[in-house]
Design a protein around this ligand. Sequence first.
Ligand code: RBF
Length: 334
Amino acid sequence: MSRRLLSLFFALFLCLPLIAAPLKIGVFIPGQREGSPIYDSLAAGAERFASENPGSSVRVFEAGFNQAEWQEKLTSFVGSNRFDVILTSNPSLPDLIEAIAPFFPSQKFICLDGYKTGVSALHTVLYNQTEQGYIAGYLAGLISSSALPGANPQKKAGMIIGQHYPVMDTLIAPGFEQGLKAVDPSFGLDIRVLGNWYDATKASDLAKSMIASGVDVILPICGSASQGVVKATKDLNRYLVFFDSDEYARAPGTILGCVALKQKELAYAKLAEFAQKATPWGRADVVGVKEGFIELLDRHPSYAQNLPQSIRGRMSDLIAGIASGALSFPAPRL
Ligand code: RBF
């Protein structure tokens, strides 16, 4: 063999681990894709991966809102197909995966927005939602304390949540409250619970009653039911801050800030890592602003149009402080 041929052969051999085999991806959505950006972005990340990696395929399964059926539906999704990897997203999924994994010894699972160590078939990545909540709370506090026309002198902010769950009760809500209190310690947080992730009429009623009690800025975390919160808040000329994705276009002038999760990018990155056989099985990672997976969407035209420079300046300082490490939120323990 000539030297050139030999070196070509050697170079190809070295590159082999970098050439990913096509993947059969199963995306398990514990809810519905429509109206929940956290789920839609998960599937979109997998679809992008498949479209860029010839031969790969994605099957998206929506398990619906009845949580009592999720375990059975996950079991039959895993059992009826031969996926290389199941990708899902929800804080309650790691426990369900742990329960069924022994019955499918060769099946691998990646769960975003979840946290569990020590299950060898599972890798989880949790967002640091204390940090995300704090950013949203700080912005909400500045809005409520401002001279904007919908703001009142009362120091009251609200959340409308789908249900109570550990990530909500130990990370998101405490983070939001800390952010509010960093603006002014006299802030009070009114949390109302919907009891599901889809009832927009009830969510609208909750928003109206909150606003009647003096709340002037609300963070809705209630899936597709948020449509009702948007309508009520817009009709009553109050304000919203949003989680998870770019929501500005739904109500310009009412939605004043979005603190997004880069769920699509994370789903894509985790599938690429899996394809390279580099997934850290059994490990639970936590990502936030520093890693680039939580982001205040402050470059959207709505943000500059609706918020005064005084607020935007304080938000930039906050984000710079988190990015530099001057302000940090301990990796959560769940
Ligand atoms: N978030 C949604 O946007 N839509 C949902 O349907 C939804 N269902 C959830 C069900 C359970 C059991 C839990 C624990 C959380 C759910 N979430 C849902 C919230 C989601 O995990 C995340 O906390 C929020 O999207 C905020 O980032």
